[in-house]
Structures are given as structure tokens and as C-alpha cells.
Design a protein around this ligand. Structure first.
Ligand code: AMP
Length: 225
């Protein structure tokens, strides 16, 4: 990937975006910006905003576009992203958010370089989400099939590893419905703008990482060349 590139990752809940974004951010040495992680941090801090956000999240609802766009606008103005680019995970999730991201990018003279759709079918993500676990402190992802080394204690920070509050069957179903109604139109939206690459998210996480890096390198080289 070209230095300072700006990348967006799309994909259903449970497609592996969080895990793969952490790996890619490490590989390319760019900030990983996850709106879900930012919101979970606010929930943990117990702010008024965090309490309100938790109601939306536990119900599997999206927070309003203006709230999310404000958060992302502020985050993208920070020096680390203006210098080094970013990998954006969980935003945009609606056409309104994609429009706003395009204006933020235009105003800053820093357009999004590439949008990856990490493709995993719905029946597989439902299985994956039911097995998903997360560190309550640093938000590292685990699964029942690949747990932390010691007794559901995070390998990274020693925090407790639990199921997410919003990974209930009802909330998952609702989030997937919202994904197909409101987020999946972005695949076409970005494809029309020549920014989309679709990457198969099935298989072992290490294989998916290799596939992602290969395709991102290939496409961002073409942008530069
Ligand atoms: P995630 O970890 O990306 O699955 O996000 C968890 C929850 O945070 C979502 O189900 C939404 O309630 C909320 N959320 C995260 N990103 C956004 C966004 N871009 N727009 C609206 N709500 C969001």
C-alpha cells in the first residue's frame, strides 16, 4: 500500500473486519479507526453519550448519521491520520455517511484511495458471531475456536474476555437486516466511483490477511502508477 493511503473496509458483522483491520494497520503502520471500538470506549467510560450510545448498540440500531459523522470528522482531523492515512472500520454504514466522508476528504484534500468489501455470506457470519468473544479492556477479538491462551484472559492486556452485549440473537438478526438495507448499497456506490475491491473473507484468518494485503497492494500501486 502506498504510504499515507486512506482505506475503508466494508463487510457484514462477523466478516472479520475488526481482526483483519488490526493486522493490516500493523502491517502498513497506519492508524486503525473503528467507530464500534470508539463507541464501546465511550460506553465503558460511562459518559452521558456512552449511555445513550449503548441503548442503540444493544438494540442493534445504528446511531444517527449526524452523530457518527461528527465523531469521524473530529477523528480524521487528528495529525496521525492526516500524516499517515488510515484504515476505517465500521464507517461509513449508510449512503449519508459515505457522502459526508467524501466531503470531509474533499475539504482536507485527502480522498479515500480504496474501499475493500470483505465478502462473507450471511449464514457463515451468523455462525461466527455466535462464537465471537472480545476483551472488555482492549477490544481484541477472540472466538470459541481460537480462545486466549489462559482462562478467557486477554493475551494482549490481561482483561476479561466476554461475549459482546450486542451479540444476542435478536440484535444480530436486526444488525444484519440493517446491513442489507442501509450498508450494502455502499458496495454499488463505491463501485460506481471506481474505488471498490471485493476480497473473499472465507477461510483461515491468516489466508484472508494475505489475500487482503495482496489485493490492496495491487490496487494502490495502480492508483500511484
Ligand atoms: P461494530 O463494532 O462496528 O459492529 O459496531 C457496533 C455498534 O456500534 C453498531 O451495531 C452500531 O450500533 C454502532 N455503530 C458503529 N459504527 C456506526 C456507524 N458508522 N453508524 C451508526 N452506528 C454505528
Amino acid at each position: 500500500m502506498i504510504p499515507g493511503a486512506r482505506l475503508v473496509l466494508l463487510g457484514r458483522q462477523g466478516a472479520g473486519k475488526g481482526t483483519q483491520c488490526v493486522r493490516m494497520a500493523r502491517h502498513y503502520v497506519v492508524p486503525h479507526i473503528s467507530t464500534g471500538d470508539m463507541l464501546r470506549m465511550a460506553v465503558k467510560e460511562g459518559t452521558d453519550f456512552g449511555r445513550k450510545a449503548k441503548e442503540f448498540m444493544d438494540a442493534g440500531e445504528l446511531l444517527p448519521d449526524d452523530v457518527m459523522c461528527g465523531i469521524v470528522r473530529e477523528r480524521l482531523a487528528r495529525e496521525d491520520t492526516t500524516n499517515r492515512g488510515y484504515i476505517l472500520d465500521g464507517f461509513p454504514r449508510t449512503v449519508g455517511q459515505a457522502d459526508e466522508l467524501a466531503s470531509i476528504a474533499r475539504e482536507g484534500g485527502q480522498p479515500v484511495d480504496l474501499v475493500v468489501d470483505l465478502e462473507v455470506p450471511e449464514d457463515i457470519v451468523i455462525q461466527r458471531i455466535s462464537k465471537r468473544r472480545m476483551c472488555v479492556d482492549c477490544q481484541t477479538n477472540y472466538s470459541v475456536d481460537s480462545p486466549p491462551r489462559y482462562d478467557w484472559t486477554c493475551d494482549n492486556c490481561g482483561g476479561e474476555v466476554l461475549q459482546r452485549d450486542d451479540d444476542t440473537e435478536e440484535a444480530i438478526r436486526h444488525r444484519l437486516e440493517i446491513y442489507s438495507e442501509q450498508t450494502s448499497p455502499l458496495i454499488e456506490w463505491y463501485s460506481e466511483r471506481g474505488l471498490l475491491v471485493v476480497v473473499d473473507g472465507l477461510g483461515h484468518p491468516d489466508d484472508v490477511t494475505q489475500r487482503l494485503i495482496r489485493d490492496v497492494d495491487h490496487r494502490t500501486r495502480r492508483i500511484v502508477g
